[in-house]
Design a binder for this molecule. Structure first.
Ligand code: CA
Length: 238
């Protein structure tokens, strides 16, 4: 989350130099401070040193690929990760999301689209006070043993703190804002990724699977995140 007054810091990790420069110029034009790394190890080094708000990460890097980079990144950073995938290969995408990427864009893409996705991620990190509050923005939500401190973005299950990525937290917070309400995938996407998001709505399923695993929630008999067949998900016992 960029502190007030500081431009958002975006790290672009992409081995194709012309593409990296194109993305850099668009992000730069959008007001971000941008650094480019052309290899995975360089990207990780810059990420450690500079602590970017968003990493735009090419999946197809020589040597240490984007999956490995993302996995490593997640051991020390909770920044947003936007993955660039080479083709609309669902496997690529799902693997990318499974190691903690928050969103993805499929190549070839318009640079404008990357900018829009980065901006959508940055909007998500704004505290609720900046975007207006309503009665659903209660600071702490409790469902069974699950306790979400929305302002602090901390989740506890009983006495144990549960480490969620930002996207996982946002999904859980959305569901918990209306316990018992069935959310379609599309509605969750609009809530978490933004109304303009276009892509495979099953990315919701990937992130929900992570949330469930981290909560120890059995999809066959969920205590927290229940599947609503043909619709999506809701918070509450299945
Ligand atoms: Ca590449």
């Amino acid at each position: 989350m960029p502190p007030h007054g500081r431009p958002a810091q975006v790290l672009v990790v992409e081995d194709e130099a012309p593409l990296a420069e194109l993305v850099r110029s668009y992000l730069d034009h959008a007001g971000c401070t941008v650094r480019v790394a052309t290899t995975g190890p360089d990207g990780l080094a810059v990420a450690r040193d500079w602590a970017p708000d968003v990493v735009v990460l090419d999946l197809g890097l020589p040597g240490l690929d984007g999956i490995e980079v993302c996995r490593e990144l997640r051991t020390f950073s909770d920044c947003y990760v936007l993955m660039l995938t080479a083709r609309s290969d669902e496997v690529d995408t799902l693997i990318g999301l499974s190691v903690g990427a928050d969103d993805y864009v499929t190549k070839p893409f318009r640079p404008r689209e990357v900018v829009a996705r980065v901006q959508a991620l940055l909007r998500r990190s704004r505290p609720a006070a900046d975007t207006g509050t309503d009665e659903n923005d209660a600071e702490v939500r409790t469902i069974g043993e699950l306790r979400l401190d929305v302002a602090a973005r901390i989740v506890h299950l009983g006495d144990r703190e549960v480490e969620l990525t930002k996207t996982e937290f946002d999904l859980l917070a959305a569901l918990a804002s209306r316990p018992g309400l069935a959310w379609s995938r599309r509605r969750l996407i609009e809530q978490v990724w933004g109304v303009d998001w276009v892509g495979d709505e099953h990315l919701v399923d990937v992130h929900i699977a992570h949330v469930r695993r981290k909560l120890g929630d059995d999809p066959a008999s969920p205590r927290y995140v229940a599947t609503v067949r043909g619709v999506g998900y809701r918070m509450g016992r299945g």
